[in-house]
Design a protein. Structure first.
Length: 231
């Protein structure tokens, strides 16, 4: 009897994370997914209909103690995929010098430092032939930044990409796949109503691209179509 592969999704109460949980369930995976706070979310409804294949864990990703507690609760579990999705947005038109120090810190901690803490502290749960993936964005590409805008958000995703490259450099010889994924501009609460893609266009593609990368060591930066994004 085959054992279903297991994914842990960090940040799955709504939007892309929620859709990812549903997508992996539809593919026969066992899903662990985190939410902030104790309130009921759409993810809980998905869990109710999952026949026990979706388990929910509380997590405040920016709290190191909470991350360590989650690691301890999951001790002994083997993950085939760790996917860090959680992020926050920042205004499109604001120059970096126009945001407060507190807002700059909030975005950088949530979008760059927080995900890397997850990778560092939970990465040991991933099987030697598994995958660690982080939701990035084409806005994090330095090469593609020809229009400006979204300065703090761009900076946070560029920082995330650089930190993942540093992580990969420290993992020489590791057989696990590492991925930075651009889901495209998607119509979610964060992406807004003017976005060019629906969730049903983005997320199946993200899952397909990740599946195609499984078993291939090293770090890659690609979009929901599986196409390489320039650094």
């Amino acid at each position: 009897m085959s054992v279903s592969p297991t994914v842990l999704i960090i940040g799955a109460s709504r939007g892309l994370g929620l859709a990812l949980a549903g997508e992996w369930l539809s593919r026969g995976w066992a899903v662990l997914a985190t939410v902030r706070g104790a309130g009921r979310t759409a993810l809980h409804g998905l869990a109710d209909a999952s026949d026990g294949r979706l388990a929910i864990e509380p997590l405040e990703m920016t709290d190191p103690a909470a991350v360590d507690a989650l690691r301890d609760r999951l001790s002994g579990r083997d993950l085939d995929l760790l996917f860090v999705n959680a992020a926050v947005a920042n205004g499109a038109g604001e120059r970096v010098d126009q945001v407060t120090t507190e807002e700059f810190t909030r975005v950088m901690v949530t979008n760059a430092l927080g995900p890397m803490r997850i990778v560092e502290r939970l990465g040991g749960l991933v099987r030697p032939d598994g995958m660690i993936a982080v939701m990035s964005s084409s806005l994090g590409s330095v090469a593609l930044n020809e229009t400006g805008g979204w300065e703090v958000y761009r900076g946070s995703k560029a920082a995330l990409n650089t930190l993942m490259r540093s992580y990969a450099a420290r993992q020489a010889g590791d057989r696990r796949s590492l991925a930075l994924v651009d889901p495209g501009w998607v119509r979610t609460e964060m992406g807004g109503a003017e976005a060019s893609l629906g969730i049903d266009q983005s997320i199946p593609g993200v899952a397909d691209a990740l599946e195609a990368r499984r078993g291939r060591p090293g770090l890659r930066y690609f979009d929901y179509r599986g196409e390489t994004v320039p650094w």
